[in-house]
Design a protein around this ligand. Structure first.
Ligand SMILES: Cc1cc2nc3c(=O)[nH]c(=O)nc-3n(C[C@H](O)[C@H](O)[C@H](O)COP(=O)(O)OP(=O)(O)OC[C@H]3O[C@@H](n4cnc5c(N)ncnc54)[C@H](O)[C@@H]3O)c2cc1C
Length: 433
């Protein structure tokens, strides 16, 4: 029999996938002294889209003890958002207005390096990390997930654990195998993107470090400075507009429609050729079940317009780890912990989904909606900024409340929201009965 790359026959937890969801989960469990095996399909560093972070994401990184490492890696500091369009006009949302006592900056990151920092931190905390290990599916006994099957490229292996966490992102290995994955047809878009090097701030008409979002009649375009001389530029397009063989042409045309982004591409070189994400919006109708948890994109992905994907992956990964850790200590509370985790994760994912629905329902512009529904209705701008930076679990946020009232915009059916602070509230899941 071939020697397996993992070292034990059974672990407390197996984490499938080493993105932000998987790494934060493995790191938290390993720090709590649990035996953790993390299986990652690729070899890090590897390319990943999803580069603009929220201010609350920096709070999560601090909670995980990795903020300093991220800070030292020379990523670009993000202090605002520039909104622009086809006419070259612009409006800047400055995070200074986010309100007293809240962080007003975060990072734009090159995900290859950022994800590696997180994965290495999980390994340093004691998680056993095996790369180039592609999970093929769960092992089940009497309806309970008891492990996984994976391949190291040559041989197939089976390994057991008391919990398996699906953190495999949009692949959703467990979610699909367990029949949880549902397609969400409310937003039928896709994204195509490239990286450019050799950018020069001389051609940036806006503020250093801001993400630029450009609207046009057929979708929107992003420009994210992920290094001082590197820009990620992508366009989100209705699926029906994208025809086979036309991706490059459509990319050029749509990016070219946004003058303030186009001008930043002068004298640059493509450093990552065009790639794309189809099979866009989905969710899993359960995020917990016998022997398993689902975190991050494996649980829900709608659209990247408000840059909350990494934040949701980090929070759900960490909350799942806390829930699992206390369930391992006292199996009699396992059901309560699992339910609380699921309510927490669904509240965040659902509120974010609703914000995105508001954007698409308002012709690729949520700002009209925000002004009419919130700001002119008396909600302070700080509350809007807080929600857009990840305050999805605040029952008192006027925009969040407004969004949750729109019955037709929900993603999960019949769940009971759980309101808390996503970072300061983390220990609640370990204590709740
Ligand atoms: C076009 C686009 C733009 C985006 N922009 C932003 C943004 O600006 N800001 C933001 O916060 N988010 C953004 N996102 C979302 C963000 O990329 C994700 O939400 C985030 O990466 C989710 O983290 P995760 O850990 O759940 O999954 P991932 O980061 O996708 O990690 C999953 C990991 O699982 C591994 N894996 C997959 N299958 C297997 C398998 N069978 N076995 C073992 N391992 C496996 C993968 O290799 C991967 O490393 C964007 C997404 C898209 C599509």
């Amino acid at each position: 029999m071939a020697t397996a790359p993992h070292t034990k026959s059974e672990y407390d937890a197996i984490v499938v996938g080493g993105g932000p969801g998987g790494s934060s989960c493995a790191l938290t469990l390993a720090r709590a002294g649990r035996s953790v095996l993390l299986l990652e399909r690729d070899a890090f560093p590897r390319f990943h889209v999803g580069e603009s972070l929220l201010t609350y994401t920096a709070d999560m990184l601090e909670r995980l003890g990795v903020l300093e490492k991220v800070q030292k890696s020379g990523f670009v500091v993000k202090r605002g958002v520039e909104l622009t369009g086809t006419e070259g006009l612009s409006y800047r949302v400055d995070f200074q207005s986010i309100g007293e006592g809240r962080r007003n900056w975060t990072f734009q990151v090159e995900r290859a390096d950022f994800d590696k920092i997180l994965l290495d931190s999980a390994a340093e905390a004691g998680a056993e990390v095996v790369q180039r290990a592609r999970v093929l599916g769960p092992v089940q006994e009497a309806g309970q997930v008891t492990g996984v099957r994976y391949t190291d490229g040559t041989n197939e292996h089976t390994v057991s654990a008391r919990y398996v966490i699906d953190a495999s992102g949009r692949a959703g290995v467990l979610a699909r195998a367990l029949g949880l994955r549902k397609t969400d047809n409310s937003i039928r878009m896709m994204a195509v993107f490239k990286h450019f090097t050799g950018t020069n701030e001389l051609y940036n008409a806006g503020a250093h470090g801001d993400i630029v979002l450009g609207n046009h009649p057929d979708g929107w375009v992003w420009a994210i400075p992920i290094r001082e001389d590197k820009l990620s530029v992508g366009t989100v397009v209705p699926v029906d507009l994208m025809r086979a063989g036309r991706a490059e042409e459509i990319y050029e045309e749509f990016v070219g429609r946004i003058p303030r982004i186009k001008q930043r591409l002068q004298h640059t070189k493509v450093s990552a050729e065009l790639s794309g994400e189809t099979d866009y919006s989905h969710y899993a109708d359960n995020l917990v079940g016998p022997g398993y948890y689902v975190v991050g994109d494996a649980g829900c992905f709608t659209d990247p317009i408000f840059s909350a994907g990494v934040f949701l992956a980090l929070t759900t990964g960490t909350w799942a780890a806390e829930a699992i850790n206390s369930s391992l200590t006292d199996p009699s509370v396992a059901d309560d912990r699992a339910r609380l985790y699921e309510r927490f994760a669904m509240t965040g994912m659902d509120t974010y989904h609703r914000l995105i629905r508001a954007f698409y329902a308002n012709n690729y512009s949520v700002y009209e909606y925000l002004w009419e529904e919130c700001v002119s209705g008396g909600a302070p701008i700080s509350s809007v900024l807080q929600l857009m930076n990840g305050d999805f679990w605040n029952p008192d946020n006027p925009l969040g409340r407004r969004l949750r009232e729109a019955k037709e915009w929900g993603v999960f059916e019949n769940y009971e929201p759980y309101f808390t602070h996503p970072v300061q509230g983390i220990r609640e899941v370990a204590l709740a009965r």
